[in-house]
Design a protein around this ligand. Structure first.
Ligand code: GDP
Ligand code: MG
Length: 164
């Protein structure tokens, strides 16, 4: 069966924007799967003759005891456990925050391949200097992207499919 790629990260970093960018351009089917929480959205994606299933997740707020946020965290953990490759998204505008470090620790424990995407790099000249601090997560080279402007998406997908 097809490899599964999960998009994870804190709320508001741009996971769904990336998902929709891939869905809008390259997807054959986008579907909400009945019986599965609304925060897990599946899509079939094709990139360079590789077919995979992409999962959007609601987001991970590592320390929150809020019931909704802890349910979202559980769903994200299920997506992580299911995935063959994980796209971990952070936000260059907010910079590296403590929650990112905690999500990175969760992902390391999964022993899955993780591609670190630094989103909202809408202008590479302006924001690239801020991308480098994400090396401190110790999870590999940060891939600058702009999900809303569709920048860096091809390079990101090239790195994803290397792991199939
Ligand atoms: P999610 O909670 O991680 O799924 O994040 P969303 O995809 O819902 O996006 C959260 C906010 O970030 C929305 O206001 C988006 O329009 C905005 N956003 C997403 N991607 C980008 C981007 O590449 N650049 C900028 N400037 N804003 C973005
Ligand atoms: Mg979302």
């Amino acid at each position: 069966s097809k490899p599964i790629v999960a998009i994870v990260g804190r709320p508001n970093v741009g996971k769904s924007t990336l998902f929709n960018a891939l869905a809008g351009e390259m997807i054959s089917i986008v579907k909400d799967t009945p019986g599965v929480t609304r925060d897990r959205i599946y899509a079939d994606v094709e990139w360079l003759n590789h077919n995979f299933t992409l999962i959007d997740t609601g987001g991970i707020e590592p320390d929150s005891r809020d019931i909704i946020l802890s349910q979202m965290r559980e769903q994200a953990q299920i997506a992580i456990d299911t995935a063959d490759v994980i796209i971990f998204i952070t936000d260059v505008r907010q910079g590296l925050v403590d929650s990112d470090t905690k999500v990175a620790d969760m992902l390391r424990r999964s022993h899955k391949p993780v591609i670190l995407a630094v989103n909202k790099v809408d202008n590479f000249d302006k924001f690239m200097p801020d991308v480098y601090e994400f090396y401190n997560l110790g999870i590999g080279d940060p891939q600058p992207i702009s999900a809303s402007s569709r920048l860096g998406i091809g390079d990101l997908l090239d790195r994803v499919v290397e792991h199939f």
